[in-house]
Design a protein around this ligand. Structure first.
Ligand code: ATP
Ligand code: LTN
Length: 339
């Protein structure tokens, strides 16, 4: 039997996004941009979780296109395929194999308690078994790679905690096999708000609503139009504030702060005496410029698909090189005859 994993020089990170709907500036500022900024400090595994996407019905043509687009966006946002393993979940069969084995040590009650399951199930006419099992597949993603850290939004924290419970239960039943991972939840920029309704977070599921989100692939004119329409308040003060009526202005200022890297006092001084029209105009330009390189790189990858295919083939091979021996170890631990 193999020994538990040795301590690594750099922490290993695993995260994923579902290829459903389009990525927006909240996904970028709250998640992918952080992955990019930290990629030299970590061992990075970033996955397009297509098997999670089919836990609710998907149109096959759309799923196929979105999977490639999301992988291209990871790269366009700055994830470097030399420094990160970028891959599609269904390309590495160990995820499904590991999920089955973990299913068989996970009590049903643990899954029925998950809040995401309860809310997604309530929105479906007929609930699929895969939707209930979603967190076990997510646990498999993480545990197969012995990830130390899992950067996710607040809403996914419960799933990472379940992953820890599953890892500990397996380790207790079959001996030390899995690293018990830690969720990493961002402090700031974690909650970019909808431009149409700043009381709600910007969300992929609402991205089709007019004026809700700036998508990473929007044209400069679309970006300007969305931000000019952003809901603010009836006052005039351009200050960072969590007061309920200032959430719209605060959201615009936070986006400006994240993209310009200026300090809050500097930003407030810059906007003193200016109106909301000027604020929106300047934020729109900062977003247009911030997203320009992403849009250009994305378009290049989509028009010359050979490069994307090579990156994904390479990613799948590098991911399988870690996940395959791990799933063999898991099979040995539970008593399967391993060939
Ligand atoms: P959905 O509506 O399909 O749940 P979502 O927009 O909430 O999608 P996820 O796929 O759940 O996006 O999340 C991808 C990553 O983007 C996660 O790490 C999440 O924390 C981050 N993220 C999502 N929305 C925001 C937001 N409004 N502000 C900051 N980060 C966000
Ligand atoms: N459930 C996550 C996506 C996801 C994930 C993962 C994130 C699937 N597998 C493993 C981190 C680690 C979401 O909806 N954001």
């Amino acid at each position: 039997m193999s020994n538990p994993p040795l301590r690594r020089l750099k922490p290993r990170v695993f995260s994923g996004v579902q290829p459903t709907n389009a990525l927006h500036i909240g996904n970028y500022l709250g998640a992918i941009r952080r992955w990019v900024l930290e990629q030299d400090l970590k061992e990075n595994f970033y996955c397009v979780v297509d098997m999670h996407a089919i836990t609710v019905p998907q149109d096959p043509t759309t799923l196929h296109r979105k999977t490639r687009e999301l992988a291209a966006l990871y790269i366009a946002c700055g994830l470097d395929p030399q420094k990160c393993v970028i891959f599609v979940q269904s390309h590495v069969r160990a995820h499904a194999e590991c999920c089955w084995i973990l299913n068989c040590i996970t009590p049903l009650g643990w899954l029925e308690r998950m809040t995401q399951y309860k809310s997604k199930a309530a929105a479906q006419e007929s609930v699929l078994t895969g939707l209930l099992d979603y967190p076990v597949l997510m646990a498999s993603d993480i545990l197969l790679y012995d990830a130390d850290e899992v950067p996710v939004g607040e809403d996914q924290k419960q799933h990472v905690e379940l992953t820890r419970d599953i890892a500990q239960r397996f380790n207790m039943l079959f001996g030390d096999t899995f690293v018990v991972p830690a969720p990493i939840i961002p402090q700031s920029g974690a909650r970019i708000r909808g431009f149409d309704d700043p009381s709600k977070k910007m969300s992929k599921s609402d991205a089709a609503n007019r004026g809700h989100a700036v998508l990473l692939t929007d044209s400069p004119d679309e970006i300007r139009r969305t931000i000019k329409r952003a809901v603010t308040d009836t006052g005039r003060e351009i200050v960072f504030s969590e007061a309920p009526e200032k959430l719209g202005v605060n959201n615009l200022l936070e986006i400006y702060e994240l993209l310009t890297q200026q300090s809050r006092p500097e930003i407030e001084a810059h906007f003193t005496g200016k109106g909301y029209g000027a604020l929106k105009g300047e934020v729109a330009e900062v977003v247009v410029e911030g997203l320009r390189p992403i849009r250009e790189r994305f378009n290049a990858l989509m028009t010359e698909p050979g490069e994307l295919d090579r990156i994904l083939d390479d990613g799948a091979a590098r991911a399988a090189a870690v996940a395959e021996p791990k799933v063999q170890e898991i099979k040995r631990r539970v008593g399967f005859v391993v060939r």
